[in-house]
Design a protein around this ligand. Structure first.
Ligand code: WT7
Length: 659
């Protein structure tokens, strides 16, 4: 997004104040900002007290060992108890926790009482399999109830889950299993995606068969039957979920764990080839997950039906499909499949079927639906919707307006929520009963959150200025570290501005103090709201025997926000042996096998050279110009000024052509 378009929108763009009716019934009021302003820690203590504590806390924040924070450190709680038993004991056992919808159209509605019973049983099963407090469990499942049940069961016994998105490859899964030393993998025979069963168990088998010289830490593989397809079986290691669960008791008493007890690890891409295991703990995480979920979505748990479309394999799924809504006793929809299966109106059909009132999705999905046209959602009754959320990347004002008009009947507020895997929960967002909405801007820090936009020297930018987004004070759901790598944690987030957290995003403050996110400032791409690292894809490419060198950039893409575009130099013995299209299609496939289908490059250009500075650093900016079909920018710092000419001349059909 260019500076000009932002400026013009600031001055001319539409504004939407909350309706008086909405404000009158809103869960969150403007007083929250005042309370948090007057006493930030007291504010968070109040939010934390909305949870059930097995042992009350007396301390709120301990920042003496910065950047390693402790929140509510002397308190004890059980995360699963807060999401389950507590609601049953309060008399809400009959309330539906999850309306689960399978892609083929099978469905299951699970009450809080039923979910509690299933999680208790699963907790007993984990214990039977030798998993105990502090052990790690890898979860590699489709979006089925067992994914949530597994996460909650792991949490209930104080073990640590590492959910790996089902779209990741065997190699990626193994890397994550090894890094966290997982004892158990929970997977399925397959899950439904786009009308077919996509197998998962073979990837687990493949992952565990890799690096034979160093056997994996995994003792058992627990397999959920979902896809009804053939699976290979390793006797002694592999176990069917349904057979095992029948052997254990359904009673289980939840014990309290310290507030700083680890809850989960979730891997995300950074600027190097190795993903970072982001560590989250219990009390602070659940406090902010629950508070933001009820305030930002205006959750009325007795009447609302909430749907977050994210897969549980991403942080959005963790915080806003599992922990936030369940901690709040909400009724949620969980959908297994893709938006277009078996027809392009599938999502709208689900909203109509369950009367979804609060809906949370990503801009890439909205842009896809915009392209398909409003006749599709117009064919369904969406009148139940009353709050619409967006997350993952900046939502362009056109998509924002379409979302409000077409999906929200021209009345539903759209809340654009900025946060990250590392922040654990939302940090910047409007409050729908309070804020006058401004399409395209994520707007203001949530109550209790302190956001600044700083220049390179660490000075706040003036209104109208652009800079780097930082979180100036610790927050309850902040990451507590990178698994096994405290140095990388300090270096990545805390070396630039001391005890202020460096988020890696560029941002602009407008005249009203509203924040406009401008994308990553490091070598990280955002494809369909998912973070991918240029270095990780480059290292996957050079692991192919044909490749000598590679450079990857994120190029603007109308639907996915950014798309992966790679420039590859082949090894001398391979250059010219295959037509370029064949080489590039083999390499695209290789990246998908190494990392996962989400990382598969949209285009690969086979080139003779890459643009480098005199010190040997690849100038991605210039490659981005090529990938986006623009005129090449300033080349004066190149070691060889002619390189860009060679690259563009050699491309099929010139810059921007499809590979
Ligand atoms: C990065 C975090 C948070 C869950 C999904 C992604 C970008 C996220 C927004 C937004 C502009 C956004 C940022 C951020 N991002 N939400 N509302 N507006 N940008 O989680 O994979 O950890 O990625 O996504 O660049 O740093 P993630």
């Amino acid at each position: 997004m260019s500076t000009n378009s932002i400026d013009s929108l600031q001055h001319e763009g539409p504004r939407f104040a909350p309706s008086p009716e909405f404000t009158a019934n809103a869960i969150a009021s403007g007083q929250l900002y005042e309370q948090a302003q007057a006493d930030r820690l007291g504010f968070w203590a109040t939010q934390a007290k909305a949870l059930h504590w097995h042992r009350d806390f007396t301390q709120v924040l301990d920042w003496s060992d910065a950047p390693f924070a402790k929140w509510f450190a002397d308190g004890e709680l059980n995360v699963a108890y807060n999401c389950l038993d507590r609601h049953v004991l309060a008399g809400n056992g009959e309330r539906i926790a999850i309306h689960w919808e399978g892609e083929p159209g099978d469905s299951r509605s699970i009450s809080y009482a039923e979910l509690t019973a299933e999680v208790k049983q699963a907790a007993n099963l984990l214990t039977k399999l030798g998993v105990s407090s502090g052990d790690t469990v890898a979860i590699y499942l489709p979006n089925v109830p067992e994914a949530l049940i597994s996460m909650l069961a792991v949490a209930r016994i104080g073990a640590i889950h590492s959910v790996v998105f089902g779209g990741f490859s065997a190699e990626s899964l193994r890397q994550r299993i090894d890094d966290a030393q997982a004892k158990l993998v929970i997977t399925a025979d397959g899950g439904w995606r786009k009308g077919k069963v996509s197998p998962l168990k073979p990837a687990v088998d493949g992952a565990l068969a890799l690096n034979k010289e160093t056997p994996s830490s995994v003792e058992h593989v627990l397999v959920v039957k979902r896809g009804e397809n053939e699976v290979e079986w390793v006797e002694g290691r592999d176990l069917w979920w349904h057979e095992q669960i029948a052997t254990v008791d359904s009673e289980h008493e939840a014990q309290g764990f310290e507030a700083e007890h680890p809850l989960f690890i979730l891997y995300t891409s950074g600027t190097t080839g190795k993903p970072k295991g982001i560590l989250h703990t219990s009390g602070g995480y659940l406090t902010q997950a629950a508070f933001t979920h009820r305030s930002v979505f205006d959750l009325h748990p007795e009447t609302d039906v909430y749907w977050c479309t994210a897969d549980v394999g991403w942080i959005t799924g963790h915080t806003y499909a599992v922990y936030g809504p369940l901690a709040n006793g909400a009724t949620s929809v969980i959908y297994e499949g893709t938006p277009d299966a078996p027809h392009a109106g599938r999502w709208w059909e689900i909203i109509q079927k369950y009367g979804v009132s609060l809906f949370y999705t990503a801009p890439t999905a909205i842009r896809t639906f915009m392209k398909l046209g409003r006749q599709i959602p117009d064919g369904f009754d969406l009148s139940s919707l009353r709050v619409l959320g967006s997350v993952g990347e900046p939502i362009n004002p056109e998509a924002w307006i379409w979302y409000r008009d077409v999906i929200g009947a021209g009345t539903a507020p759209v809340v654009d929520t900025w946060w990250q895997t590392e922040t654990g929960a939302m940090m910047i967002s409007a409050l729908p009963g309070v804020t006058t909405l401004k399409p395209g801007s994520a707007q203001v820090a949530l109550p209790g959150i302190s956001i600044e936009v700083l220049d390179e020297q660490g000075e706040p930018v003036a209104a109208g200025g652009g800079g780097l987004l930082v979180v100036a004070e610790p927050w309850p759901s902040m990451l507590r570290g990178i698994w096994g790598d405290p140095e990388r944690f300090k270096e990545t987030y805390w070396s630039k501005f001391g005890t202020k957290y460096f988020a890696g995003d560029g941002a602009r403050l407008d005249e009203d103090g509203d924040i406009w996110l401008l994308g990553r400032v490091d070598d990280v791409m955002n494809v369909s709201g998912h973070r991918l690292s240029t270095a990780e894809i480059e290292s996957a490419l050079v692991s192919h025997p044909m490749v000598a060198e590679s450079a990857v950039v994120g190029a603007a893409d109308e639907v996915t926000g950014q798309a992966v575009v790679a420039f590859v130099i082949l090894r001398a013995e391979h250059a010219g042996t295959l037509p370029d299209e064949e080489a590039s299609s083999a390499l695209r496939k290789h990246v998908a096998e190494q990392i996962g289908a989400i990382a598969r490059p949209r285009q690969i250009f086979i080139v003779g050279e890459l643009p480098k500075t005199r010190s040997g650093k690849i100038m991605r900016r210039l490659l981005q110009d090529v990938a986006e079909g623009r005129e090449i920018g300033d080349t004066t710092t190149l070691a060889d000024a002619d390189v860009m000419k060679f690259i563009t001349e050699a491309l099929p059909g010139g810059a921007g052509a499809s590979a």
